[in-house]
Structures are given as C-alpha cells and as structure tokens.
Design a protein around this ligand. Sequence first.
Ligand SMILES: O=C(O)CCC(=O)C(=O)O
Length: 288
Amino acid sequence: MWLFLFWLSCSRYLQIPAFLTPDETNGLLTRSKQLLEDLNLDEHPLTKFTTGDKNHVGDDYFLGSGDKVRYFLEEDAVDANGNLTREKHKSVNKIGHALHELDPSFRKVTLENDRLQALVRDLKFHQDPVALQSMIITKQTHIGGEVPEHNDSCYTSPPTALGFWIALEKCTPQNGALSFLPGSHKTTPIAKRFVRLPGGGTGFERLISPQDEAKAGESCKGEYIMAECEPGDLVLIHGSVLHKSERNTSPHTRFAYTFHMIESAPYAIYDEKNWLQPTASMPFSRVL
Ligand SMILES: O=C(O)CCC(=O)C(=O)O
C-alpha cells in the first residue's frame, strides 16, 4: 500500500527492487544474448533505430514488427557503404516488438506471471489492460545511443500508457540508467505522437502548437532524478512523465526488457493512426 501511495503522490515512476528473481533475470539476459546471436544479417535490411523527429524508421521492416521479433541497429553501427562497423551483437540498439507474445521466456514474465498480475490488480491503473509492444534495449558498450526526453502516452484517448521496464543488468550513470523529471506528468502536455503518415512511412503528428509546447516546457523545468537499478528491479513509468537515458559511455552493457500496457475499449479508444496496429492474428495481449 505504501508503494502505491508513494507512486500516487510523487514523481510518477515507481522502482520495485528485485521484482524478478536472480534466476528469472539471468534467464532473460541469457535469452536476450541468444537472440542477438540469432540475428541473420543476410536477411536484415540494416534498419537503424533513431528517436529523432525525422522519418527514419518508416520502412516495412519497422512497421511490420508489431507481431514479430525484429532487430533495430544503432545509428553508428552501419557505415556509408552499408557495412557494420562492429560485431553484429554490438550493433543492435533494440529487439522488438512482440517478444511478450512470441518468445516463451519473455511471455512467461509478461503474460504468465502471477506476481505481475497481482501488481497490475493492486495498482488499479487500468480496468482491462493489454500489453501492446515489448522490447529488449541493449545499450551496448560505448555505442548504446541516448534516448532523448519523452513521454510514452501517445496510444489512446484518454492517455492510459504505463511502461514496465525491467533492468536485466546493473544500471549506472555511466551505462545509461533511466532518469525522470519529477512531477512532469502534471505539467507536460502530450505534444506529439508517432504515427503512420498518409503518404507512407512514419512521422510525428503535433497535438499542440510549438508555442504551447515551449510554454509548457517553461513550466516543467526541473532536475532529473536518476533511477540507478540492480538486475531484476522493475520501474513503472507513468505514460505522461518525462524520462530519458544517456548514451552508454562505459565498458558495461545495460540490457533492459520493457513493455507498454494500455487500457482497452470501451474504456479508452486506440488511435487508428498509431504506428503500431493490432493484427487479426495477433490482437493486443490481455494481461489479466
Ligand atoms: O531503456 C531506455 O533507455 C529508454 C526506455 C524508455 O524510454 C521507455 O521504455 O519508454
């Protein structure tokens, strides 16, 4: 109960130490590394993952990844000639987006986990929650890219996203631990969302004007606090809280597993412009 009150009253992120056992955590880490080894470069379009405003990831490989397990590379991992600049496992930024459905190890932790279901019931954040996308973020040594300041609430009206982020390795200031802007969920409007564009590909659609965004930015200036984590810690991320992570400048990887949970109809409407759309063969996964 005290955890819940803390979550309600403060920053809108909640760190739950040792949510996964060491065996569960090591199991996911080992599986993540196996998946990296499984990457077949002959069948890969060398799609890079970037979080900038440009239409970088609007290709079929990305758009079709909602019901698959696919690999997205670091920006610096491919040279001008289309060759990898390092070993393949060190070139991957993230793997996504249907691990929670398709990979038995990740499915067990996400959809077949009594502890997680009990937490979701206790939080009372959603009435009928579904998991819609999952990722392994690898933050490789020296190359693992920064994730700029953002919030996650772009999927539904009203906004209902809740991020579940699990550290698979120790997260420190040097290897790109997450950090949060306390209280920003109250002051920061959702300014834009990542959508499928009518002409093809993806891009950001503005929900408020740049002027209003700048004004809102003024009112939510503050100091980020860092969530250093031990392997197995769970961090719950309210969909409207601003968060980010820095580039990994250290010799230590920072593997994390994350998935997003939203409310389903009729409690919230899923936007048909969202880049990620459920398919007939893989509707969003019920959590309870
Ligand atoms: O793992 C990271 O560095 C960023 C994760 C994040 O921003 C998210 O899960 O929304």
